[in-house]
Design a protein around this ligand. Structure first.
Ligand SMILES: [Zn+2]
Length: 446
């Protein structure tokens, strides 16, 4: 049994993490026997032991041995929906400031340093939490950094067609009656200094009204006017084309059907549009991951059993189709990747079976399932996703960046599911007290 890595109270001063096998996060570099020197939360030096970095400040420094374990950058998830899930159930009745904060804490427990909520902020709660975090009013080091698109935009109901909102966020999103109404709402979002603008182009299988091409164009135009990236929810290749014509910067999902053709692939590459992978929200159908001990560390058994039963019962519903759609997406991932499209990791956390903190690790597994090497998948979920958020202060374990990393009990390069074998989470140089968080999170989920 390896020695435990004990929690520390602060990242202030100098801490030297020794005896680490370091996955830097750039998709290729692995350093054996690495020494990571951290000063006031920032990595100031990464060296291999033979260069003897630790000696320099060893007298004042706190030395923490990683015991030969693998270290990788903390995960960064730029697309999910927090505040709606309690235990394993997603319901608007659960939405609250406390629940948003609970989810930010779940992220830290699982090694996710940074999260962007994409368009389902109810009554400005997330914008307020984000502002309080940035101003220091919400001073809790065990919370992931929150980014938010505030409330997104869907088409207002018309005739028999309902509004195009996701089922849990009907009251959160803005239901635009036309292009100028949509424009006015983007101005309100800009006044809230949201981090992105989200809009939905989707008729939900013919059930809902869909934003028009003109409304989509106006939304992107106004977002860009305020320097904000615009993210379009799409499922079909046809709607993806509408989003591209509108000038969207991000497709919030991969186009599913029909398979992306040459024209769509060329446009995606030409316009350098980021396409979110979002695979695990559609499965795969397996539920074995619910047996991972990590899941029970923050969720009561009854709640886990309940999700297992619901997944089995709903496996054949179209929206919960965990077989065919997943296989389509895995195939389309290969097509898009092969074409050189800028694919970006996300976990669509907080809906269906996307448990906050767990979903992030499952998406890594899906990326490897779709053909990436574990090193490439980790780069997708660290450096690449940080860059999408415009963050250059995290995403890699290298000098000058925040000391946010995971220490793992097993090798993720041998099996990507080993990213769940977390021995310690380090955030800004501080070893998080996960034992304390586990108790807190379990209590909140009951
Ligand atoms: Zn989403």
């Amino acid at each position: 049994m390896q020695t435990q890595i004990r929690p520390t109270t602060s990242g202030a001063g100098t801490t030297v993490f020794t005896d680490a096998r370091l996955i830097v996060g750039d998709g290729s570099t692995v350093l054996e026997d690495a020494v990571i020197t951290v000063q006031d939360g920032i990595v100031v030096d990464v060296a291999t032991a033979d260069r003897e970095a630790a000696g320099r400040s060893a007298r004042e420094a706190q030395i923490i041995s990683c015991g030969g374990r693998t270290v990788m950058p903390a995960l960064v998830n730029p697309h999910g929906h927090i505040g709606y899930m309690r235990g394993t159930v997603c319901d608007p009745a659960f939405y609250s400031r406390d629940n948003v904060i609970d989810h930010l804490r779940r992220f830290v427990y699982h090694g996710v340093s940074t999260f962007q909520s994409l368009g389902t902020d109810l009554n400005g709660v997330e914008v307020a939490v984000r502002d309080d975090q940035r101003s220091g009013l919400l001073d809790d080091p065990d919370l992931a950094t929150l980014f938010t698109a505030g409330a997104g935009i869907v088409a207002a109901p018309s005739g028999d067609a309902g509004c195009g909102a996701p089922f849990f966020a009907v009251d959160a999103v803005h239901q635009a009656t036309g292009p100028e109404d949509a424009r006015a709402f983007v101005r309100r979002l800009a006044a809230q200094r949201v981090d992105a603008v989200k809009f939905w182009i989707d008729d939900r299988g013919g059930q809902s009204a869909k934003l028009t091409a003109e409304s989509s164009r106006v939304i992107v135009e106004e977002a860009h006017e305020h320097g904000l990236p615009a993210a379009a929810h799409i499922y079909s290749a046809e709607d993806a084309m509408v989003a591209l014509d509108a000038g969207a910067d991000i497709l919030a999902h991969m186009p599913r059907t029909p398979e992306p053709d040459r024209a769509l692939l060329d446009r995606l590459v030409e316009q350098n549009v980021a396409v979110f992978t979002s695979m695990t929200v559609q499965g795969p159908a397996r539920t074995a991951w619910l047996d991972d001990p990590l899941v029970a560390e923050t969720l009561p058994e009854a709640s886990i059993d309940d999700l297992r039963a619901r997944m089995a019962a709903r496996a054949h519903e179209p929206l919960f189709d965990t077989g065919k759609t997943y296989r389509t997406m895995r195939h389309n991932f290969e097509v898009l990747h092969e074409a050189g499209v800028r694919l970006v990791y996300l976990a669509d956390t907080g809906v269906f079976a996307q448990l906050p903190g767990i979903a992030e690790h499952r998406e890594l597994e899906a990326l490897v399932d779709a053909g990436l090497s574990p090193l490439e998948a980790i780069e997708f979920a660290t450096r690449r996703s940080s860059e999408l958020l415009g963050l250059t202060d995290r995403g890699l374990v290298e000098a000058g960046r925040r000391a946010d990393f995971l220490v793992l009990d097993a090798d993720p390069l041998a099996d990507i599911a080993h990213t769940r074998r977390i021995a310690a989470v380090v955030l800004e140089g501080r070893v998080v007290d996960r034992e304390k968080l586990s108790q807190q999170l379990l209590a909140a989920a009951r």
